[in-house]
Design a protein around this ligand. Structure first.
Ligand code: GLC
Length: 825
């Protein structure tokens, strides 16, 4: 039974019409919206009254006699809700969630006079009998999310299927985070945003949509967090109290109304559980955590060598150089320009011997050219996308007239993956996938009617658009993984959908060399990291426009703490290497890039915590203290892993800035001064300083500075210990850094526990795993000791060689397998 209740949220209806044609003029809009003019108004259908509940395994079906809702108990914290207007559910398939977790979960199904209730140990899902409102509460019956209107839909007479809508109550103090790379404030409260992958060259603040679609958000209200993952690949919208401050809505132009409710109560729990559904990034090759240098484009070959030499001569570490589109022959993918790169294999080998990995760009547009083998093969095998009436999907991109592989076809992905064999054989170590929104000059992207195979679940471009780029980089990653045998590939993509992190890192696209963009980038990276995409970075310096030395240096400083660190610039800009701005910039840039390299074992360990346990690498302050509503609006400072807090300098000429530190004790990285958290501090920010704080009790591992990862054998690892009078755990992850042996448990996960009082400081180490690092010992540096030690005992033995520094830090060495160190007053 369909229930045509009056629209309780008329603004939404209005917005829907507006969305249908964004260029619509005002009068035209009134005309359209006035049925008296003979135009049929949009009719929304609402769920009626649930009269029945049926349980099949972990699925429970509720129906109003016509429409049905399926509730799946996925884990004790995750419940999936799905709507079918006529009780016929689509076959379950998702690019984001390859497989639902399949551990059995205990739950109960209860019926009362007022409701049906599905309950796990952590969460209750209530289906109200009066009106089919669906709500969620925690085990204390605290309601965290409730429908404000029953789920509803509207028939799509043109394409079939439905426009689908879900509207929930937006609470007074509720805040919203997530949604990927949106270029707006971190807290999304009061915003309406759209997901439709878009090539957004030189985007501006608040421009929407951008390159990626991540339909996942986190709500925080009264110190309880929950997530909603609306796994719908169609053009989708999120409204966080923008139209009606009491309502939050998400809706899409097609597909199913299907969402996962992910219970917290902490934001970190929500993010971890989102990762449980959509996966994490595999361990990257260690070199990919170094500094990357890119430009559109370094060519010819000699220019590439000049740049590489520039790094070594200037003693600025760098692990990779990128080749943008000009390395190709007429922008044909998988070819080399015979003029500019006559012997790529030799060049790549020379670069490799100087410690540089070569990363090349690959775009999806394949030039229509019968003399070009990739085009010929794709054409013969019918791998290119077609329009509804079977014409080829053609559009202009860099190579001119192009056709585009249908990456949603597994056979096409396998073919594409194999195309990389030559590049791998030539020595390429990483692949950069660009223009994969997909971008087409003029029209922006493909028309809606383009057909896609969609892994057998066929659909038009309306359904496949947002996953096209993700499937391209998936094909790339899987192909590289196959070709590189047991070596870890490095991939980077511009477009993506939820789950893209399983295949690739991302960058935030064509930003601008402006202070505003430095701010936007800072927010985008924090947001990406809380939205499943931890391996992310911005184009350091800004892609278009010209930064001055100060802006570039401030960007390098922030980039030192971006999980992915790459400078990149457009073709029409001036030289943009870390030494291009002269002194004092070169030295400061060097100091920070060196710091990046010193902290590689720390970043690598944070990466492991992401990969294995689903923690984000960057964490906004709100993730540390979600109970403080003022923190819902802090977006400058963030932590890198969980031990180091960064506050980038985001304005020109700033000699000092305010930095908020979450509760607890922190050390200023530069001065070693200990400061109390839970408040703001004014910190000096001369050009060579960006505020960096370390949590008391941390053990921060450090490598010696090298010009590139693996330049020399590591002889010892430095452990920077920060005194604390409460217990703190730290981790160090180690393995070969380039193979998949970690999947067979060949790695070492070390845990350090630091604790102190007025008389002593103890450091304990435990280890798990099968890997043995080659180095023999640790070099300890103890910071912040409130007393002068008289004795240091390591596994019962007294250490006699202790360096006492003027800043009251103490240094000593001991073999790496220690269990217990005691520093005694
Ligand atoms: C796009 C990319 C940019 C690249 C350029 C040329 O604009 O976003 O990074 O340099 O294309 O390939």
């Amino acid at each position: 039974m369909e229930n045509n209740v009056p629209n309780p949220n008329p603004e939404l209806l209005t917005a829907k019409l507006l969305e249908a044609d964004e260029t619509i003029a005002d009068e035209e809009f009134h005309h359209l919206n006035n049925p008296a003019d003979g135009i049929k108004p949009i009719v929304k259908k609402y769920l009626g009254v649930p009269n029945h509940a049926k349980q099949v395994g972990n699925k429970i079906y509720f129906t109003d006699g016509d429409a049905s809702v399926e509730v799946i108990v996925v884990t004790k914290e995750i419940i999936r809700v799905r709507l079918s207007p006529h009780s016929v559910f689509l076959e379950d398939f998702s690019y984001a969630v390859p497989q639902l977790p399949n551990k059995p979960v205990e739950f109960t199904l209860l019926e009362t006079d007022l409701e049906f209730r599905v309950s796990t140990e952590a969460v209750n899902c209530h289906i109200r009998k009066a009106d089919f409102f669906i709500s969620f509460s925690d085990k204390d019956e605290h309601v965290t999310s409730t429908d404000a209107v029953p789920m509803h839909w509207e028939e799509n007479t043109q394409f079939g299927g439905y426009y689908v809508f879900c509207t929930k109550t937006c609470y007074d103090k509720e805040s919203f985070f997530g949604l990927g790379d949106k270029a707006t404030e971190l807290n999304l409260r009061g915003k309406r945003l759209k997901n439709w992958n878009t090539d957004a060259y030189s985007y501006s603040f608040n421009q929407d949509p951008l390159y990626r679609s991540i339909p996942f958000y986190i709500s925080v209200n009264e110190n309880i967090a929950h997530g909603i993952f609306f796994d719908n690949t169609f053009k989708a919208y999120f409204d966080f109290g923008a139209e009606d401050r009491t309502k939050t809505s998400f809706f899409a132009d097609g597909g199913e109304l299907q969402y996962y409710y992910i219970h917290g109560p902490h934001m970190m729990d929500v993010v971890k559980n989102y990762h449980l559904l959509t996966g994490t990034h595999p361990m990257p090759p260690l070199w990919a955590l170094g500094y990357h240098q890119c430009r559109w484009s370094y060519y010819p070959e000699n220019k590439v060598k000049v740049i590489a030499n520039g790094f070594r001569q200037n003693r600025i570490p760098c692990d990779s150089i990128y080749l943008d589109i000009d390395y190709m022959d007429g922008y044909r993918c998988f070819t080399w320009s015979p003029k500019y790169f006559p012997n790529p294999k030799k060049m790549i080998a020379e670069l490799a011997s100087a410690g540089f990995k070569t990363v090349v760009i690959i775009d999806p547009g394949i030039r229509v050219d019968d003399n070009y083998w990739v085009f010929k093969e794709g054409k013969e095998k019918k791998y290119f996308c077609r329009r509804s009436d079977d014409y080829f999907m053609e559009g202009h991109v860099w190579p001119g007239r192009c056709q585009f592989p249908d990456f949603t076809n597994p056979e096409v992905r396998a073919w594409w993956g194999d195309l990389f064999d030559d590049l791998v054989e030539t020595g390429v170590a990483g692949v950069w996938n660009d223009m994969n929104e997909p971008a087409v000059f003029g029209s922006g992207t493909f028309p809606d009617d383009v057909r896609h195979q969609y892994d057998g679940y066929r659909g038009s471009h309306r359904k496949a658009h947002n996953v096209y780029g993700m499937q391209m980089v998936r094909a790339t990653y899987e192909g590289l993984r196959k070709q590189m045998k047991n070596k870890r590939p490095f991939t980077i993509t511009r477009a993506g959908y939820s789950g893209v992190q399983r295949y690739s890192s991302v960058w935030t696209g064509d930003n601008v060399a402006s202070w505003e963009h430095l701010k936007i980038g800072n927010i985008q990276l924090q947001r990406l990291s809380t939205s499943g995409i931890s391996f992310c970075g911005t184009d350091i310096g800004g892609f278009s426009g010209e930064p001055d030395g100060e802006l570039f240096t401030r960007w390098i400083q922030m980039g030192t703490f971006s999980p992915f660190m790459r400078a990149h610039s457009a073709g029409d800009t001036k030289e943009r290497e870390p030494w291009s701005f002269g002194e004092p910039f070169t030295s400061i840039n060097r100091k920070f890039i060196e710091l990046r390299y010193r902290l590689i074992p720390y970043l690598y360990s944070a990466f492991w915590e992401h990969h294995r346990y689903g923690f984000p690498i960057l964490r906004p302050v709100v993730m540390h203290e979600q109970g403080e509503v003022s923190n819902h609006f802090r977006q400058d400072e963030f932590t890198y892993g969980d031990k180091i807090l960064i506050c980038p300098v985001l304005d020109a000429g700033l000699q000092s800035r305010r930095v908020y530190l979450p509760k607890g004790k922190w050390y200023n990285w530069w001065t070693l001064e200990m400061v109390e958290g839970g408040k703001e501090h004014v910190v000096a920010t001369p050009l060579d300083i960006m505020p960096i704080f370390v949590k008391a009790g941390s053990v921060i591992p450090e490598y010696p500075v090298m010009q590139y990862t693996g330049e020399r054998e590591i002889e010892e690892v430095k452990l920077n210990i920060y005194y604390s009078d409460y217990e703190v755990n730290s981790f160090l992850f180690e393995d070969y850094g380039e193979t998949f042996a970690y999947e067979q448990d060949i790695y070492l996960e070390k845990k350090f526990v630091v604790n102190g009082d007025a008389q002593r400081l103890t450091i304990k180490q435990t280890m798990e795993g099968l890997y043995t690092p080659r180095y023999e010992g640790y070099h300890f540096k103890v910071n912040g000791l409130p007393f002068a030690p008289t004795k240091i005992l390591a596994d019962g033995k007294e250490i006699t060689e202790i360096a006492v520094n003027a800043d009251k830090t103490y240094e000593f060495k001991f073999p790496k397998n220690f269990k217990h160190i005691e520093i005694i007053k």
